[in-house]
Ligand binder design. Structure first.
Ligand SMILES: *Cc1c(COP(=O)(O)O)cnc(C)c1O
Length: 333
């Protein structure tokens, strides 16, 4: 399947399927970032999506492509992050059985949240790999369908619906900043936008700590990188050594991949909170972080995508408190 590409037609079809069940999230002008960069900057507020992240778009579209027999059997994944939440919610909405596999290391509050969304929980072993093995066992023994978090045409087409909205909301956009991990989000957005307005620059932003896609692009093939803790925890994890779709799409459609330090990500969270009055997670703050760090050669109206808000609120509080403790900026009135 290497070389599979998702097309504008598939993304438009995905939009028709998912539109009744997702929010069309707002596009907001950022006066402060416009002033700082000297370019019009707009923020796509996708962190306000149902379940707190864009992943619902892909999950709903993936479910819609299942046959009646597959729907009957149910879906399974090992993600305890935004993909797991989205799949649990989407399956519940449609009366499809879902199982989320996780290791004993996953905190209790996270387990409860996913259970509340309607999923069955299986707790096995001490690592994400153990949880993934359980997924494979369930697929083999019970015939449930595994829904991957990013490397699937249905998922990519669902996430790509954001690209259609961006072009409609800011028709003269020249640069789009997209958080990048496994690349499902940016592949879909780039496929939509490059089809409609080919000269638009699509820039992926990741954390320096363990950016698997950036390392793979450099190597010319998917590679493994050591996972490290990061404020942008939703951007962690590999792209899969047997990656089928996103590696090729990112390589061919994305103009640039930018990496941020932890301090630059924190600055994005702080700016979103203090200037824009938005609570976002680290993964969602990388676009703003890259703008503030001056890491991108900017061109014309800019859209930065805020992708999720599922940050631990104690962690959010600590990031903000650290900022004020530095005394660098007075508290806003
Ligand atoms: C999953 C996720 C991303 C990255 O999406 P990919 O398709 O893996 O590149 C970015 N931000 C948030 C909040 C996410 O949950």
């Amino acid at each position: 399947m290497a070389g599979t590409f998702v097309t504008l037609t598939e993304i438009e079809a995905a939009r028709a399927v998912i539109a009744p069940h997702v929010l069309r999230t707002p596009m907001a002008s950022s006066l402060s970032l416009t002033e700082k960069t000297g370019m019009p900057v707009h923020l796509k507020l996708e962190h306000r999506q149902i379940t707190g992240a864009f992943k619902l778009r892909g999950a709903l579209n993936a479910l819609s492509r299942l046959s009646p027999d597959e729907r009957q059997r149910g879906v399974v994944t090992a993600s305890t992050g935004n993909h797991g939440r989205a799949l649990a919610y989407a399956a519940g909405l449609q009366g499809v059985r879902s199982i989320i596999c996780m290791s004993n290391l996953v905190p209790g509050n996270k387990i409860d949240e996913i259970r509340k969304l309607g999923a069955e929980i299986r707790i096995v072993g001490q690592s994400q790999d153990d949880a993934q093995q359980e997924v494979e066992k369930i697929v083999a023994q019970d015939g449930l369908i595994m829904v991957p978090p990013f490397d699937s045409p249905a998922i990519i087409a669902g996430q790509g619906t954001i690209g259609l909205e961006i072009i409609e909301e800011v028709p003269d956009v020249e640069t789009v900043l997209v958080p990048l991990s496994g690349g499902g989000l940016i592949s879909g957005i780039a496929a939509a936008i490059k089809a409609l307005k080919p000269k638009t620059k699509i820039i992926g932003v990741s954390m320096q700590n363990g950016a698997a896609m950036a390392a793979s692009l450099k190597a010319g093939h998917p590679v493994k990188v050591a996972e490290q803790a990061s404020l942008a925890d939703s951007l962690g994890g590999g792209i899969g050594l047997d990656n089928h779709v996103t590696f090729h799409m990112v390589r061919d459609l994305v103009d640039e991949a930018v990496l941020l330090t932890e301090d630059e990500i924190a600055a994005g969270i702080v700016h979103a909170y203090i200037q824009e009055r938005e609570i976002i997670e680290g993964a969602a703050a990388v676009g703003i972080g890259a703008l503030l760090a001056g890491k991108i050669r900017l061109q014309g109206p800019v859209v930065a995508l805020l992708s999720g808000r599922n940050i631990d609120m104690d962690q959010h509080r600590r990031v903000i408190a650290k900022h004020y403790a530095k005394g660098s900026v007075p508290c806003p009135a």
